[in-house]
Design a protein around this ligand. Structure first.
Ligand SMILES: Nc1ncnc2c1ncn2[C@@H]1O[C@H](COP(=O)(O)OP(=O)(O)OP(=O)(O)O)[C@@H](O)[C@H]1O
Ligand SMILES: [Mg+2]
Length: 183
C-alpha cells in the first residue's frame, strides 16, 4: 500500500479538496483508497458524513494498516508535526509568499518524495500564470482554479460524481496527478 500525505505549511491551499478528489480518482482507476483525516478541523470527515463518497474517510490514523491500495493523509497546515507517508503532495498557491513558505518548510522533511502542486491557478491572471509556469518548469504539477471543485464539496461529492461544467477537465487533471503519484 502506498501512503500519500497532503501537507503544506499554509492553510486553505487545497489539501482537503485534493485529498478527496484524488481518493475518488483512485476509485475511478479501480484502486481501493482510504482517506485519513488528521486535521483537527475534520473537514474531510464532514464531507464523508454526507454519505455520498465512493471511499471511506477515517478520523485519524487506523490502529492497524488497512486493506487498501492507497492511503491518503490529510494533514493540518503545521510545521511542528511529523510528516509521514511515502510521498508528500504539497499544495500551494501561485504566490511568491507561498513558494517561499514551502521552500523553508520542506527543509525539515527528509527522505520522502515531495511533489509540489500549484493549486487553483487562475490562468487569466498573468502574474499567477507566470509563477505557475515557472513552478511547472521546476517539476510542480498544476491544478487550475475551477468552481467545480468547491461546488462538488458543497454537495458532499467529488468532481467524479458530477457532470457539470468543468467536471470532465477536473477529472482528467486529478487522474493525471493520481498517476504521477502512484507511478
Ligand atoms: N482547484 C481549485 N479550484 C477552485 N477552488 C479550489 C480549488 N482547490 C481548492 N479550492 C477551494 O479553496 C478552499 C480551500 O480548500 P481546502 O479546504 O481544500 O484547503 P485546505 O488546505 O485543506 O485548508 P485547511 O488548511 O483549512 O485545511 C475551498 O473553498 C475549496 O473549495
Ligand atoms: Mg483541510
Amino acid at each position: 500500500m502506498k501512503t500519500i500525505a497532503l501537507w503544506s505549511p499554509k492553510g486553505g491551499v487545497g489539501k482537503t479538496t485534493l485529498a478527496l478528489n484524488l481518493a475518488a480518482a483512485a476509485y475511478a482507476n479501480g484502486d481501493k483508497a482510504i482517506l485519513c483525516d488528521l486535521d483537527p478541523q475534520q473537514s474531510a470527515v464532514d464531507v464523508f458524513n454526507d454519505k455520498k463518497l465512493s471511499f471511506t474517510v477515517l478520523k485519524g490514523m487506523p490502529p492497524v494498516s488497512p486493506r487498501a491500495d492507497v492511503m491518503f493523509l490529510d494533514l493540518p497546515p503545521r510545521t511542528d508535526i511529523d510528516v509521514t507517508g511515502d510521498i508528500v503532495l504539497i499544495p500551494l498557491r501561485a504566490s511568491i509568499l507561498d513558494i517561499r513558505a514551502v521552500n523553508k518548510a520542506i527543509r525539515h522533511v527528509r527522505h520522502k518524495r515531495l511533489v509540489k502542486c500549484v493549486n487553483a491557478v487562475d490562468v487569466r491572471r498573468q502574474d499567477e500564470r507566470m509563477l505557475a509556469m515557472r513552478m511547472y518548469s521546476e517539476g510542480a504539477f498544476l491544478v487550475k482554479d475551477r468552481s467545480i471543485y468547491s461546488r462538488a464539496i458543497s454537495l458532499g461529492k467529488t468532481v467524479f460524481d458530477l457532470d457539470l461544467y468543468g467536471a470532465r477537465e477536473a477529472r482528467q487533471e486529478m487522474q493525471r496527478l493520481y498517476s504521477i503519484l502512484t507511478d
